[in-house]
Design a protein around this ligand. Sequence first.
Ligand code: GLY
Ligand code: MN
Ligand code: MN
Length: 445
Amino acid sequence: MDLAYLNQIPAEEFIQRRQRVFEQMHDNSITVLFSACEQTRNNDCTYPFRQESNFWYLTGFNEPDSALVMIKKDGHTETCLFLRAKDPLMETWNGRRLGVNDAPSQLNIDNAYTIEDFRNKFATWVKEEHFDTLYIKTHQQKHAIPNADFCRNLFVNKQIIDLSHILDEMRLFKSRNEIALMQQAGQISALGHIRAMKETRPNRFEYEIASEMLHEFNRHGARYESYGSIVAGGNNACILHYTENDQPLKDGDLLLIDAGCEFAMYAGDISRTFPVNGKFSDAQRDLYNLVLDIQKYAIKHLIPGNCIQDVNDAIVRILVEGLVKLGIMQGDVDELIKTEAYRQFYMHGLGHWLGLDVHDVGSYSKNCDNGDRNSKRRDRPLEIGMVLTVEPGIYISENADVPEKYKGIGIRIEDNLLMTEYGNKVLTSAVPKEIDEIEALMQNT
Ligand code: GLY
Ligand code: MN
Ligand code: MN
């Protein structure tokens, strides 16, 4: 299988990652991790295959129906891969397979077996080696559950540890090679947005703009979107994860686009909002500049040492003050913040980790080691090597009780930030967000 466009992480890095997992495993333990499987779209047709991110992170292997097993016993380690057998007939119909013979040298693993042997082998190892700990993902993908349950059942009365505790922290801090890929993901995503701005005009359909973007991603070597593009004209922008993308664009409306490419498995995630006809109205300008001011404030403060929570608390104040000033909210600013009345207009978080997954893994809480992985307080200090999004928004639905001119406007501005020793680096700055720049770009087409 030609992975050139996909895998731009050197082989040694996959070895090092597995090494780091081994270092964190107890002696006398075994780790198992399953690949993704193909998903049916209709009858015997499948969606394009996307490898499970953790499995990719540790193997760089892009086939379905596989399992990685890592054994640590008396200080010795062994890495095994279970994968589909070579099958000339199946390969003629459905594509090449690496196969058991080539897997060890290609992937730098110790041993390879066919996936059909998985249960027997695993049960034999557990029986003969008397492992006392199993590392496995607690939240398994649906397809993996039968095999995951099989493994767990062999460890009743022994210790089972969620493998995510190890992998999430590793993935949160990006290596040099990962950063290089994420920079490219950010740049190519930006090119897609620039194309969208140039190609947007009244009466084109939302999905046409989505396809313009995908074409631009493809032209630069990014085969896929990193999530379903959101191309939302007018009031559709108030549906946060709008992906129907089937409406014509209307003169006078804004268009909110939240889209990014996946480059070599790493995600870009950009949002821009601009007028369908290329010129902001006064009301659109008022709201847009408020979101832009908030976003710039957040970018200034999302730097190593600070936490998302503090920055979000600060921008909520700017937001509420701004909404009161525009007559969209009424009352005492402190009270509106305390009662969270603003959440009808800003109902999501300020940002999220970004990496192999668009909503990437890693705890947001500084108490992550104390089992507080799902804490809502995002009080973990940012550190060098983390990548996150910054994406404030204001959404005023058609039905909101606000001045008429603000109804049906949704605005989000989203960029991707890399934490560095110098502060942060905006990976997605190539796409304009100042009103003058956007209008100039759209008029020159
Ligand atoms: N594209 C989804 C998000 O921005 O979180
Ligand atoms: Mn987004
Ligand atoms: Mn995002």
